[in-house]
Write a protein that binds this ligand. Structure first.
Ligand code: PLP
Length: 438
């Protein structure tokens, strides 16, 4: 294993493209994290992906653990998805009218996911969550929502809110342009804290429409919650007539068809999905019981619509993807692969006594540069530890391994990662860690 730093990969073409992009887009990107602000170097412009591999504009090849932030559970350029999309292309890209494809994807989902009885397709996770919040407010006729520090739910106004000081407070906006009046309707509390939940319901009786939580918080590290806590959350929302929204945009169809709801063995009131259900195309969805979904227009008074909702190409990709995921043993196999991968890293870390822990669930994993093996709250993450991730990230790129450009991001293993890919990656990670901790 080499412990000297490798030379940096060429980023000449990426750098040229980024210079141009800066003239066209704010920060040169169409989504902020892509700008590589938290890691070294200029962002890589990706040209193509195949299976678990990516190629950038300079011809560098990487094994990909970002997987487009989660959707690509089958890797890049999956043959069945590609053929389904190609078959649809000749028939039309969008009609703005119902298609049989929407029924087919809905059947695949509803037959295999008993946590919801009815679903509505939208075009992104943000839209799914934004609509779920409106539905909860419309259904309960209450305005306030509760979210958790360390959970990300997309960029709608009600959710770009961070905790103020104190156990239970109104939120503060976490983006310019969000009116304080909106933030006043969102209460932000810490994860894994039963007292904070009790206090929030004591302080705002009869006012809370919903509590929203990520199925497993995976946008700010991987903050796996105790089963006991999630059941407490389920009970206290029910007792107070508030809805529980499980945001399964990452965990849905990643941990299994019933996602984190199955893992925790609970029945949330509204569930939100995205990423994997579109097979790599832009899709989101929200679902609930017949009764709650009855509040959605045109059946009910909560308005929600979309020109490209249920887009036929996206539906075709989603049907192909979920048909593969529904095959027996798919999730068990992926989880076993991930466990073996993480176990080997853990053994190496223990042998070397490095201050690093790896949390994992299903095919998701996260490098926690901390001696705390069970980080469950955002404030337990030491921001200075991100410097270590930064070094590791550069070393991994130099060794042909692509992780998300921030230490708060999780890694994903796809069914396209081969044994050889994983072996190469383990060798690279060990070498990179030796450098981080030297
Ligand atoms: N909810 C969760 C849990 C997410 O992880 C994300 C995106 O990463 C979103 C919502 C927003 O989804 P999108 O980026 O598709 O708008």
């Amino acid at each position: 294993i080499m412990t000297t730093s490798t030379s940096d990969i060429s980023r000449k073409k990426s750098a040229e493209l980024f210079e141009k992009a800066k003239a066209y887009f704010p920060g040169g990107v169409n989504s902020p994290v892509r700008a590589f602000k938290s890691v070294y170097g200029t962002p890589l412009f990706i040209e193509r992906g195949d299976k678990a591999h990516l190629w950038d504009a300079d011809g560098n090849e990487f094994i990909d653990y970002c997987c487009s932030w989660g959707p690509l559970i089958l890797g890049h350029n999956n043959e069945e998805i590609r053929e389904a999309v190609q078959a649809q292309l000749g028939k039309g890209l969008s009609f703005g009218a119902p298609t049989a494809l929407e029924n087919q994807l809905a059947e695949l989902i509803l037959n295999n996911n008993k946590k919801i009885e009815k679903i509505r397709f939208v075009s992104s996770g943000t839209e799914a969550v934004m609509s779920a919040i409106r539905l909860a407010r419309g259904y309960t006729k209450r305005d306030k929502i509760v979210k958790f520090e360390g959970c990300y739910h997309g960029h709608s106004d009600s959710l770009l809110v961070k905790a103020g000081s104190g156990l239970v407070t109104f939120g503060e906006t976490s983006s310019a342009g969000v009116p304080q009046a909106f933030a006043d309707e969102t209460i932000v509390i810490a994860l894994n804290d039963k007292k904070a939940l009790e206090q929030v319901f004591a302080d705002f009786p009869g006012q809370i429409a919903a509590v929203i939580i990520e199925g497993v918080p995976a946008n700010n590290g991987l903050l796996i919650q105790d089963k006991d806590y999630i059941h407490f959350l389920r009970d206290i929302t029910k007792t107070n007539g508030s809805l529980l929204i499980f945001d399964e945009v990452i965990t849905g169809f990643r941990l299994g068809f019933e996602g984190a709801s199955k893992y925790y063995d609970i029945q949330p009131d509204i569930l939100t999905y995205g990423k994997i259900i579109g097979g790599g195309m832009p899709v989101g969805a929200y679902g609930a019981s017949h009764e709650i979904m009855g509040s959605i227009s045109p059946d009910g008074a909560v308005y929600q619509a979309g020109t490209l909702s249920g887009n036929p190409v996206a539906m075709a990709a989603g049907i192909a993807a979920l048909s593969i995921l529904a095959r027996p043993g798919f999730y068990e196999g992926l989880e076993k692969t991930t466990q073996a991968f993480v176990e080997e890293l853990r053994a190496y870390i223990a042998e070397k006594n490095y201050e690093l822990n790896i949390s994992t669930i299903g095919s998701i994993f996260w490098f926690a540069f901390s001696s705390n093996a069970n980080i469950q709250r955002a404030d337990e993450i030491d921001p200075t530890s991100m410097e270590k991730y930064k070094v590791m990230h550069r070393e991994l790129l130099n060794r042909g391994i692509y992780f998300g450009p921030s230490g708060y991001e999780v890694g994903f293993i796809s069914a396209a990662h081969t044994e050889e890919d994983l072996k190469t990656t383990l060798t690279a990670i060990k070498a990179a860690l030796d450098l981080v901790f030297q």
